[in-house]
Design a protein around this ligand. Structure first.
Ligand code: S3P
Length: 417
């Protein structure tokens, strides 16, 4: 296990490009693989999660060639039965979205992942995919990976999601491409809309309202896509620049679409100085004093991955910040509701869990020894907390950061003064 020691720092200044959006990267790879012809993708995420999706698509017979360091060339078309288990590593998006595709294809494939993936709930996709006609067999324990999918012969369904989840919505939308008839997913609380946006971009028939999305069967057209910067990675620098006095940071070309920019609204409410440039999509941030706020349950799907770093902002704010309805955080790469409190808590954050709510009292962070619990976002949130702490922080399990942001330390070194 790798450890990283992060020293307190003065301020962050300068311009930075964050990695390509991870959620979009998975989806464009999958769509390009289904398209009949050659697609080009610029600026994919270089994290391990996206590499796992690429390896899986390659095991399914898709040809992926890097033609320049930043451009991937994909020859899609006919996917074939894999000869080996498909391994997603730590990636929930890979396993859930690929399940939708595999459910539609007329062969068997087995999906598996690391220890964290094997604990994450899969019944939320298994049940609707079986209703569409797929046969899914969990090989060790009911409701979790590894599982085998015997796909093909799907019919469209209307499905109301029990939990707000863009992964479940995306899974069923991909399956809908192979079904007879329409597939409709109803969501009470809107989640990120990447699947809808990208389906439309590649010529698929998709009809989205604020509470539902309907997909007709179809095949994507080959396309060229430039992946924008990942707002979930930008959030680390946005909070870092906000809480470190004297900071001024510009984060280039960040995706801030539907249900991905909720963290900006919360930070603005807390008093942050963040300006979005509507032309360049840059986020320009200067340091400011924060005050506590209440984050309502309906806001959570729009900032689901940013709760750990928002907890760091709350720990540095004046007064109390109250997050409502964080139950879904228990099912992320770690039990994030627990790991936020245990790890940032051991750096001096005063927080307590009340049912599914999290209450944080602002104060001073001291730093200390923490563990990532294999969760990239916990590791990086602790790293940002370490910058404002009074003492250095040692973060063990640092290798988890490569899941989404292998160049995090290089970017930190470029910004810190
Ligand atoms: C994702 C959706 C979210 C998010 C995950 C990526 C996606 O999960 O936490 O990191 O790409 O669709 P849920 O929609 O399951 O909450």
């Amino acid at each position: 296990m790798k450890s990283e020691i992060i020293e307190p720092t003065g301020c962050l200044t300068g311009g930075i490009e964050v990695p390509g959006d991870k959620s979009i990267s998975h989806r464009v790879l999958m769509l390009a693989s289904l398209a009949d012809g050659e697609s080009r993708i610029h600026g994919l995420s270089k994290g391990q999660d996206v590499k796992h999706t690429m390896e899986i698509l390659s095991s399914l017979g898709v040809q992926l060639d890097e033609i320049e360091s930043d451009v991937l060339h994909i020859q899609g078309g006919a996917l074939k039965e894999p000869s080996e288990r498909l391994y997603v590593g730590n990636s929930g998006t890979s396993i859930r979205l690929m399940s939708g595709i595999l459910a539609g294809l007329p062969f068997s494939a087995t999906l598996d992942g690391d220890g964290s993936i094997r604990k994450r709930p899969m019944e939320r996709i298994i049940e609707p995919l079986e209703r569409m006609g797929a046969t899914i067999s969990c090989l060790d324990t009911p409701g979790v990976a590894p599982f085998r999918i015997d796909g093909g012969g799907l019919k469209g369904i209307e499905y109301q999601m029990e939990v707000p989840s863009a992964q479940v919505k995306g899974c069923l939308m991909f399956a809908g491409l192979f079904a007879t008839g329409d597939t409709t997913v109803i969501e009470i609380t809107p989640t990120r809309a990447h699947t809808e946006e990208l389906f439309e971009e590649v010529g698929l028939d998709v009809d989205a309202t604020s509470t539902s999305v309907t997909v007709k069967p179809g095949q994507p057209k080959p396309f060229i896509h430039k992946v924008k910067g990942d707002p979930s990675q930008a959030a680390f620098w946005v909070v870092g620049a906000t809480i470190l006095k004297g900071s001024e940071v510009s984060i280039k070309n960040v995706y801030t679409g539907h249900a991905r920019d909720g963290f900006i609204d919360v930070l603005l409410r807390m008093g942050a100085d963040i300006i979005r440039d509507p032309v360049t999509n840059d986020l320009n941030v200067a340091s400011s004093e924060l005050v506590g706020t209440v984050v309502e349950e309906a806001e959570i799907p729009g900032l689901i991955d940013e709760v750990p770093i928002l907890a760091v902002a709350a720990a540095c704010a004046d007064g109390e910040t109250y997050f409502k309805g964080l139950g879904e955080l228990r099912f992320k790469e770690s039990n994030r509701l627990e790991t936020i409190v245990s790890e940032i808590g051991s750096m001096g954050m005063k927080a307590e869990i009340s049912g599914d709510d999290l209450v944080i009292q602002g104060g001073k962070l001291t730093g200390g020894q923490v563990d990532s619990h294999g969760d990239h976002r916990i590791a990086m949130s602790c790293a940002i907390a370490a910058l404002v702490s009074t003492n250095p922080t040692e973060i063990s399990g640092w290798e988890a950061v490569s899941t989404s942001y292998p160049d995090f330390i290089a970017d930190l070194d470029a910004l810190r003064k």
